[in-house]
Write a protein that binds this ligand. Structure first.
Ligand SMILES: [Zn+2]
Length: 95
């Protein structure tokens, strides 16, 4: 899709993830660092936030259902997210 967001794991406590509006300079997807210890939740939140990045017009309930359904499907198909250390913090991720 040709757009890029910085991926940052931070110590936020108010929510699990956040995606900046596509018009934000230096736009960033933030994932709660605590989710590094919960791979299944981290996968769902990553799908959720990067779905916002891919199509900002989708509303929150649609994105929430899509992320939950895709995460469930991927797990049922045998994909298993693994624990990560925070070394990937700040990596650029494209959509
Ligand atoms: Zn959302």
């Amino acid at each position: 899709m040709g757009r890029r967001w910085r991926l940052l794991y931070d110590r936020q406590r108010a929510y699990n993830g956040h995606c900046d509006d596509p018009s934000t300079p230096g736009k960033t997807v933030r994932i709660a660092r605590r989710l590094l210890h919960f791979p299944r939740s981290r996968m769902e939140v990553l799908i959720h936030e990067f779905t916002h990045a891919a199509d900002w017009s989708k509303d929150e309930p649609w994105v929430d259902r899509f992320a939950a359904d895709l995460a469930r499907l991927l797990c049922a198909e045998g994909f298993r997210p693994k624990n990560l250390t925070p070394r990937r913090q700040g990596a650029k991720k494209g959509i």
